[in-house]
Design a protein around this ligand. Structure first.
Ligand SMILES: NC(=O)c1ccc[n+]([C@@H]2O[C@H](COP(=O)([O-])OP(=O)(O)OC[C@H]3O[C@@H](n4cnc5c(N)ncnc54)[C@H](O)[C@@H]3O)[C@@H](O)[C@H]2O)c1
Length: 432
């Protein structure tokens, strides 16, 4: 693999598109970014970064002269032959992936034999084949197509982009696949070069497997609560087995975010549409939904009726180090608590702006201690480091009650108890 700089285009400047653009600019490539959201493009042109992601603002600033932003495709088509597609593919009501944004991009392509669409968006298996069919029907068969799924994790997205575990390139063995391989060569990552359908499936299967691991350890945690074992010890003992590995073995309030829920559901639907009933994924989804609600039972166990009780939620984003609120467990939890008559206060270090739009009737605080003021109970929803470092004696002074539900098992139970508080983790019934 030689490795070369070449101008590229990125269509869709959300979490994946912007990180992809920043990453390739960091590697020395000119990047032409296109989005239909004129406000987003105007902000990016002014040097503002619309999302929170560690190191992203600095990376965009450092590489400003190589990054170009526009709502128009024309400059991108003029300068770049590889057009990375990173538009959203949210779930439809049926659980299938909504491909309308992808289809809009395909429809906007001109006739060309020097361009390629490089699909970063997560799409069902068969999408690449369908797109090539559509391009051919429109007389654009000269357009090449590459599947190049993205595996970055929000919260460490730029680092993941620059140091990927692997790069997957699915193509027809033509110039476009070679060009994408060359573009990624400087990262020195293991390469999986394969056909388009297999590349599409690798992405869906990887996310479904990780989600399965989470639901599995959540069920083990629930059994631990019934039997007196401590799931933190259990996960440590399991994770040291190299065949299992320790990542994604952390029980909590269930998985959320813009990827796992929709990708698991999309794979289940894809299987169903092809005549196969994917039983395991049905259970993974159900366990996850129940897990988000279990915390309400824990609150009721200690507080009785929640009517008129104040519950403080610490952390709102679906995971730390991001402001992404899509499918966050905090949304389900706040709504459940309000439905049971509780008053909900909340604090998140970076997600308040997004959360305010989604959480009606919640009282937002400027800090953790403020959110805990007069609270009967506190729930750690997102494991931001500032909550693990909280002074629990100070916290206890603020609270009216004593209950701390550690929804992410991120606190030191002894420190919480030493402050005179009652500690409830996930799957830690037997913990000291
Ligand atoms: N967020 C993640 O962690 C992650 C990780 C891996 C893969 N993915 C996949 O990558 C894709 C993008 O995800 P995201 O989280 O970045 O989405 P996002 O919603 O943050 O960004 C999508 C962007 O595309 C823009 N857009 C929509 N239609 C467009 C069009 N026709 N032309 C140009 N721009 C258009 C939107 O305005 C938006 O800015 C999805 O398929 C997702 O499943 C996401």
């Amino acid at each position: 693999m030689g490795g070369q700089c070449e101008p590229i285009a990125v269509i869709g400047t959300g979490y994946v598109g912007l990180v992809t653009a920043a990453g390739f600019a960091q590697l020395g490539n000119e990047v032409w970014c296109v989005d239909i959201d004129a406000d987003k493009i105007a902000r990016l042109e002014r040097g503002e970064v619309p999302i929170y992601e560690r190191g992203l603002a600095e990376c965009l600033e450092q590489n400003r002269e190589r990054l170009h932003f526009s709502t128009e495709l024309s400059a991108a088509l003029e300068h770049a032959r590889l057009l990375f597609v990173a538009v959203g593919t949210p779930p439809t009501y049926s659980g299938d992936a909504d491909l309308s944004a992808v289809n809009a991009v395909v429809a906007a392509m001109p006739q060309s034999d020097r361009h390629a669409l490089v699909m970063k968006s997560t799409v069902p298996v068969g999408t690449g084949a369908a797109i090539r069919r559509i391009l051919a029907e429109q007389g654009k068969e000269g357009f090449a197509y590459v599947s190049c799924p993205e595996f970055l994790k929000e919260g460490s997205a730029l680092a993941d982009f620059l140091e990927p575990d692997r790069v997957v390139v699915g193509d027809d063995g033509d110039w476009a696949g070679d060009a994408v391989v060359d573009l990624y060569a400087p990262l020195g990552a293991p390469l999986v070069r394969t056909d388009v359908a297999s590349a599409e499936m690798i992405k869906l299967a990887a996310n479904a497997f990780l989600a399965t691991k989470i639901s599995f350890i959540n069920e083990i945690a629930n059994v631990c609560e019934e039997t007196g074992a401590d799931v933190v010890e259990v996960a440590r003992g399991m994770g040291l087995d190299k065949r299992i590995g320790s990542s994604f073995l952390k029980p909590g309030l269930g998985f959320g975010g813009s990827c796992f829920p929709k990708d698991v559901s999309a794979l289940k639907q894809l299987a169903g549409n092809s005549g196969y009933h994917f039983q395991l994924l049905t259970a993974v989804i159900e366990v996850n939904e129940l897990q988000k609600r279990r915390v309400v039972g824990k609150l009721q166990k200690h507080l009785g009726s929640l009517v008129g009780k104040k519950v403080a939620l610490l952390g709102l984003a679906f995971k730390p180090h991001t402001d992404d609120m899509r499918e966050a467990s905090s949304l389900v939890l706040a709504a459940r608590l309000q439905a049971d008559g509780a008053n909900v206060s909340a604090y998140d270090p970076v997600a308040e702006g997004e959360a305010r739009k989604l959480m009606v009737g919640v009282q937002f605080a400027g800090g953790a201690l403020e959110a805990l003021g007069d609270a009967d109970a506190c729930v750690i929803v997102t494991e931001w480091p500032e909550f693990t470092e909280l002074d629990w004696r100070q916290a206890a002074e603020q609270m009216a009650g004593t209950l701390v539900v550690d929804g992410r098992n991120c606190l030191d139970p002894a420190a919480v108890r030493a402050a005179g508080l009652t500690y409830e983790g996930v799957g830690r019934a037997g913990a000291p």
